[in-house]
Design a protein around this ligand. Structure first.
Ligand SMILES: NC(=O)c1ccc[n+]([C@@H]2O[C@H](COP(=O)([O-])OP(=O)(O)OC[C@H]3O[C@@H](n4cnc5c(N)ncnc54)[C@H](OP(=O)(O)O)[C@@H]3O)[C@@H](O)[C@H]2O)c1
Length: 274
């Protein structure tokens, strides 16, 4: 970790619990991490497991920190921001990071002030097991160091990409954000197909799960394109070729394109709600 800054998470639900766990495990000093939440149980877990500072008061932790991570549900973001703005006159001296889905940076400028530095992150659920993927986009107030810091934080729970055009966050949401659901859908269908041939549900699931993990691990280690990797395991005239042919006849590329387009459109619609 190149930079250590005092960082406060406002809202201590599932996602911040995982990020904080990843940070502490990765060597980030627990003493520089703060979290606030209305109810006590999640704070107790964080304190006992990771030894970070906790409070029921958002202002107390935000005052102590250089970086404030807004990790409340989108529906209550406006109120949470109003409370911070009223009580933190030096908010423009801090960096504000948000992980909430669907709220655009210009909204945070309305909520918090045009001079506040905002970085928006779109993480995904595999972050909960340290295998996440996050897209990170900054406003014009945030510095390159600010953005690097945020990329480093989210690298503790997976991989990250830096985005320059905020519109691309909707694509990140539609691919890596929604992606785990697409993969689960596909994996469940393969499991059902295996069961239809008489395999037990337990064996079918283990087979599908390990195959997905193995294919992802191979893709991660290889310089080849995904198409080349696919060809490598598809000998001409063999059984894999027969199976792949069925997916291609169903036009799997078009299906994925339609799925991503539909999710991008929905993300754009939802952004208008805030
Ligand atoms: N989970 C994901 O995979 C994922 C992925 C991408 C983005 N996100 C975003 O991450 C954010 C948090 O998601 P999550 O899954 O961690 O949600 P979550 O588990 O429901 O946590 C939300 C937390 O916010 C707390 N809270 C409620 N009102 C608050 C307030 N006024 N001030 C401070 N904390 C308050 C809640 O406490 P109480 O329980 O006491 O009410 C709860 O612990 C959301 O904006 C979501 O869009 C999540």
């Amino acid at each position: 970790m190149a930079q250590t800054r005092k960082i406060a998470f406002i809202g201590a639900g599932n996602m911040p619990q995982s990020i904080i766990g990843g940070m502490v495990q990765g060597g980030y000093p627990a003493d520089a991490i703060y979290a606030s939440n209305p109810s006590q149980p999640s704070l107790d877990i964080l304190k006992e497991k990771h030894g970070i500072h906790t409070s029921n008061d958002n202002i107390e932790v935000a005052k102590a920190a250089d970086v404030i991570v807004l990790s409340v549900k989108p529906q209550i973001m406006a109120d949470a921001c109003a409370y911070l703005r009223e009580n933190l006159p030096d908010l423009n001296q801090k960096l504000v990071v948000t992980i909430a889905a669907g709220i655009r940076i210009e909204k945070y400028h309305q909520y918090l002030g045009n001079d506040v530095s905002i970085i928006r992150v779109m993480p995904n659920t595999p972050s909960l097991v340290g295998e996440g993927f996050s897209g990170v986009v900054a406003d014009n107030n945030a510095s390159a160091d600010d953005k690097n810091f945020v990329l480093e934080v989210f690298n503790y729970v997976g991989k990250t990409i830096s985005i320059t055009d905020e519109d691309d966050i909707d694509v990140v949401g539609a691919v890596s954000g929604s992606g785990p659901a697409y993969f689960f859908e596909f994996m469940a269908s393969l499991q059902k197909a295996a069961e239809a041939h008489g395999l037990s549900s337990e064996d079918a699931r283990a087979m599908v799960q390990q195959t997905a993990l193995g294919a992802a691990a191979m893709a991660g280690k290889s310089e080849l394109t995904l198409e080349e990797l696919r060809k490598q395991v598809t000998s001409k005239g063999g059984s894999t070729a027969k199976g792949v042919e069925v997916y291609q006849e169903a036009n799997i590329d078009q299906i994925s394109e339609r799925a991503v387009n539909a999710a991008v459109a929905r993300n754009q619609e939802m952004a208008k709600l805030f």
